[in-house]
Ligand binder design. Structure first.
Ligand code: NDP
Length: 290
């Protein structure tokens, strides 16, 4: 049986439309136009593309967008000064410092300087703590997007056995916290997990965030499971170029899963949509709006 393909592009478009409605309501009801400032240090080509897309989509949703492009040799002190200026600017509701930062900069120090209520990436330790204790907070974007996609298949995840492969601070751990909040029974697998195939086989919901191309095979997957593939891996393709694949072997997993995200076109498009959602949420938190 071929599984249902979860269309991340379509779901991301729905999320962006919801953000645009929220922005219109905030403008009309509170005279508030949420704004996102993105700081880009250096010339990394992929980062430039991400930042451009973020700026365009922020404006399309009716929000203010600012870009701070700093040369690669900018000192850490200068970057921290920009972050402090944005922290103190009431028109700026969300601050995103694009990673990776140049090697001479302590990324942790920069990220931890962002006001937690403007931390739209959700990486600040204050927000990590709020997530785990169940308080209102800004949640990392890719994990939020992954859970939204799973809920398009099964709106109530309560009681499901969820297996997350990967325990990074940006994907694995926050997605595990979100699934716990959804009342799943959560198992987090990682590089030291023994007999990972049998762990995965118990999953009603599988979230793969490993970074190993096509690691998860169809015969690991429980028939009918929801498979959310966060992986983005560039591998050689038959025509001598490269192609993107996920952490799941799509062909074999799609024969067994009930629903599956493709790569590309699954989780990827959700990340910026959830960033826009976080910018609105940040504006509401700052103004004390429910
Ligand atoms: P990290 O490299 O930070 O973490 C990878 C995790 O996978 C680690 O916890 C590691 O375990 C675990 N792991 C490594 N090898 C194995 C193995 N053989 N078996 C089981 N677990 C293993 O990666 P990220 O979390 O940052 O990213 C994961 C993937 O998601 C990547 O492909 C990345 O490109 C993609 N990604 C996609 C995004 C999107 O927008 N769609 C956004 C962010 C990431 P251990 O802790 O033990 O080392």
């Amino acid at each position: 049986m071929q599984s249902r393909v979860i269309d991340g592009k379509a779901v991301a478009a729905d999320v962006r439309a919801g953000v645009a409605r929220d922005v219109a309501a905030l403008k009309a009801g509170h005279g508030l136009t949420p704004g996102l400032a993105v700081v880009l240090v250096g010339e990394d080509p992929a980062s430039k593309v991400y930042v451009k897309n973020k700026g365009e989509q922020t404006k399309e949703a009716g929000m203010n967008s600012w870009e701070y492009r700093l040369p690669a040799e900018t000192s850490e002190a200068e970057i921290l000064a920009v972050v402090e200026k944005l922290n103190n600017d009431p028109a700026v509701n969300g601050i995103l410092v694009q990673l990776p930062l140049p090697k001479h900069v302590n990324a942790e120090r920069v990220l931890n300087t962002i006001d937690p209520n403007k931390d739209v990436d959700g990486f600040h330790p204050v927000n990590v703590g709020r997530l785990w204790i169940g308080e209102r907070t800004l949640v990392p974007c890719t994990p939020t997007g992954s859970v939204i996609l799973a809920k398009t298949v099964q709106p109530n995840l309560s009681g499901m056995n969820a297996v997350v492969i990967g325990r990074s601070n940006i994907v694995g751990k926050p997605v595990a916290a979100l699934l716990l909040r959804e009342n799943c029974t959560v198992t987090v697998a990682h590089s030291r997990t023994r007999n990972i195939e049998s762990v995965v086989k118990g999953a009603d919901l599988l979230i793969a965030a490993v970074g190993i191309p096509e690691m998860v095979k169809g015969d690991w997957v429980k028939p009918g499971a929801i498979v959310i593939d966060v992986g983005i891996n560039r591998v050689p393709s038959a025509n001598g170029k490269t192609k993107l694949v996920g952490d799941c072997d799509y062909e074999s997993c799609a024969q067994v899963a009930g629903a599956i995200t493709p790569v590309p076109g699954g989780v990827g498009p959700m990340t910026i949509a959830c960033l826009l959602q976080n910018t609105v949420e940040a504006a509401k938190i700052q103004r004390g709006i429910k």
